[in-house]
Design a protein around this ligand. Sequence first.
Ligand code: HCA
Ligand code: CU
Length: 358
Amino acid sequence: VRILDSTLREGEQAPSVTLDFGQRFAIAQKLDQTGVDFIEVSSIVSADHRALIGELCSAGLHASVVAHCRAIESDIDAVSGDCPGAKWVAVFISTSDVHLDNKLKISRIEALGKISRTTAYAKDHGYSVRFTAEDAGRTDRKFLAEACMAASAAGADRISLPDTVGSMTPDAMEGMVAFVRSAVSTPLDLHCHNDLGLALANTIAGLASGADCAHVTINGVGERCGIASLAEVAMALQTLYGVETGINTENLVPLSKMLAECSGVPFDQFTPVVGENAFRHKGGTHLAALLANPESYEAFAPERVGNSRRMVLGEHSGKNVVGFLNDKLGIGLDEGGIEKTVARLKDKRRDLFEFSAQ
Ligand code: HCA
Ligand code: CU
């Protein structure tokens, strides 16, 4: 499974996520060290973005840089003019009737023409080309297959099938991918929005059904509720499916913090994998079991993702954790002293302190 990170394209479409040139470059380098296969950057937002693509292409990254453009010849010209060394372009055009009628105001036939022409145009300019059928999730199945066949015939190297408004179920995603798979053999990307909290589930369903590249962003940032997050996709694939993504998972928390610091947009403490609470435990029975074996209440070890385990003490605590600290710190309480301490913790009716427990 390949991972495409779109923090510098989709991610920057999130309100408040704005980065300067240096921050974008540093994030791309860190993403590269983390092992993503593709780094996507918008080529249509500004000359600054195109300059970034050029710089990244000559920086000797392992990841391929993808210049995201509309299915318009002049967008491709801008990449060839301003982004020396660029190898991949993505050309996107909507295929759903709601977008064709209201946004592009063109017919399906006209859309097919644009798909063929711009894909061929980008190929003629020597690029590897990804065609994106924007709003694939709401596109008539037969027409989606036709659009993909047109892109494929014009030489597309990959096809992206986005759930642009996050309105698909995992079953629908499986069906869509299987249907397109039966029409073209071009490798497929998935790009799942999180409007109903199903981005991760839909991404996994699509991969299981034959797609081989997942679009993600750091902290899941993107338009509206964002898309699937790098940390969740990488860890779900590794721990639940044993799928190798090539992601150095110890970088996940540092990357999340880096984006939060650069953009000023924090991530919630309850965020899976990278959130402050992901390995922070509180219930008395939980702490007792964790002290015997951390696996009791953890799906995977915090060190694997650059996170750390913490135990919170207060009215929920019991004898086990107090006894543990008593031994660890050599406080020397006897059984009665431990019981008294537990009673006093309960009296306070709140969390009193926490300690790290690696
Ligand atoms: C966009 C739409 C997009 C494209 C996804 C892709 C979507 O903002 O351009 O190119 O794979 O969600 O459909 O992000
Ligand atoms: Cu998107």
